[in-house]
Each structure stands twice: as structure tokens, then as C-alpha cells.
Design a binder for this molecule. Sequence first.
Ligand SMILES: Nc1ncnc2c1ncn2[C@@H]1O[C@H](COP(=O)(O)OP(=O)(O)OP(=O)(O)O)[C@@H](O)[C@H]1O
Length: 308
Amino acid sequence: MAGPSLSLPAPAAQEPAYGHDALVVCDNLVRIYQTESVEVQALQGLDLLVHEGEMVAIVGASGSGKSTLLQVLAGVDAPTAGRARVAGHDLLALTRSERVHYRRDVVGFVRQQTARNLVPYLTAGEVVDLPMSIAGRPRAERRQRTAQLLEAVGVAHCADRRPSEMSGGEQQRVAICVALANEPRVLLADEPTGELDSETAQEVFAALRTANRDLGATIVIVTHDAAVSGQVARTIAIRDGRTSSEVLRSHDDLAAGAHALGEEYAVMDRAGRVQVPREFREALALTRRVRLALEDDHVEIRSDGEAR
Ligand SMILES: Nc1ncnc2c1ncn2[C@@H]1O[C@H](COP(=O)(O)OP(=O)(O)OP(=O)(O)O)[C@@H](O)[C@H]1O
């Protein structure tokens, strides 16, 4: 008689990796700058996910780590620890040649300083052509794409002009075309409207929106400009090198007004940590220890009573 048959337990269902379906994944990202005497923790375990097709704004006080994050995503700066992945590229493990390819083809970058985005002696047409030429794309294709990009963001009339013959807003819109030339997976913009008056800033923002909606670019914008952060579907706030809160705006919110208020959410990290805003902590004297209770549809946080 055959003995009891042995069967192995069914393997546990594999949980998908954090951010498996996201285009940009930062997982517990750390960047420490070491100067002679001090160590600055610019990013202190930052988590961030951006999905394909999104246009998000990153806001935060001066020194909170926004530019550092963008430099890491641009492949210019290397993180100290954690994980950063963009379109499948692991930014902590790029070889020198992979980094060149990454910066040329995977990401596009627009800087705040309009003059630094362009080349003084090249016309708009020539400067948009340049990255495609370096990438070895055929001349006819380059010419067509240059014309298409300049047209899409409303600066076709600048094709034969050098930067000194263009306004700041026109220069920034041409810079967006340069950044998009090689069809990057992500467009990164660091304070793209920072040097512009509000009307011109609006034109540049409209160009970014066109890049997102019509040309399909996923866009991450670092900005202090409330007119920019108020017009995207998701604004992520960074505090002390970590993501602290997010504001989500629905299509209706965005359609309703130029500066949609949206709804603010606290960000919970992967270990379940949430930052309770200072005004909430002060109002209820929440200090080192709090009581947590699971209710039917919410979690309650109460003072432990000792501090009162
Ligand atoms: N190369 C560097 N060496 C040393 N410390 C640096 C370096 N770059 C940035 N830092 C420090 O890292 C922290 C984060 O700087 P970061 O430029 O990322 O902030 P930010 O949010 O972009 O600020 P801002 O809005 O003023 O541009 C700051 O304390 C800054 O002084």
C-alpha cells in the first residue's frame, strides 16, 4: 500500500516589488554630501514613484533636497544608498558608457537659467538638431522632428534665431524642444519658470503641458512657482530630504481654476511611517508616544495622556 503522498506547500504568492509598474522609482534614497568638516544629508530615505504619462511637481523649502533629487534622476549625481530606477535603468549601477547613453537618450533636462540651456552661436533649429545628430539619427528625420517640436510649443518662428534674438520664454520653450529631441522617457525640469515673469511662465508651463499631453512625455518639475504646482494633477512636497505630503487634483479641480487647491494627503513610507504635521502635534500635545486605534474606516491617533 502506498504511503501518504508528500506534497510541498504552495509557494507564497510573490508580492510585486515596490514600484514595479512605475517609470521612476526612488526607494529609501539617500544622498550624503561630505565636505571637509561636515556631512550634509540632502536625501534621507526618500521614496517616490512616478508613473508613465504623469506630469508631477516637486515642491519644498530651500535646502529640502529637490535639486539633489533631480540631479540623481538626471544621472548627473550618484546616490549614496537606496534604490533609484528610471525606465528600468538602475542609477546606482550605471557604467560610464551606460551613463552617457542614459543622459543622452533616457532623460531630458531643462534648467532654470535660460541661457545655460542653449548655445549662444546656434540657432533654435540647430540646437534642437544637435542631440539627434550626436545620436546618429538621419538628417531628414532630424529636420522633420525639429520642425514638429518647435511648432508644437509655439516657437516655429524662432527656428533661425540665436538665443540673443529670443525672449526668455522663447528660449525656455526651445530648451524644452532640445530636451525632448531624442524622445526621452522622462523630462526633468528644475525651476523652468524661475527667471520669468508670470505671463511668460504661463507660456512655458503650457509648453510643458503640450509635451506631456500631446507628445506623451512623462514630466517631473521642481518648482517654487505656485502657478505651476497648482496646475498639475499631483504635487509632491519634500521636507528634510523625504517626501512628506502630496496634493492630488482631479480633472474637475484642474478644469475649475488656474490654481486648483486639490486634496492634501500625508505620505506613508513603506515601513508604515507617517509624519503628523506640526500643527496637529501641537494642538493635541502629541509628543513621543501616541495611542493608535484601528476603527472601522480609519486609524485614530491619541495623546498618551502623560504630556497633558
Ligand atoms: N555639492 C554639495 N555639497 C555639499 N552640500 C550640498 C551640495 N549640494 C547640495 N548640498 C546641500 O544639500 C541640501 C539639499 O540641497 P538641494 O540643493 O538639493 O536643495 P533644494 O531643495 O533644491 O534647495 P533650493 O530650493 O534652494 O534650490 C542643502 O542643505 C544643501 O546645502
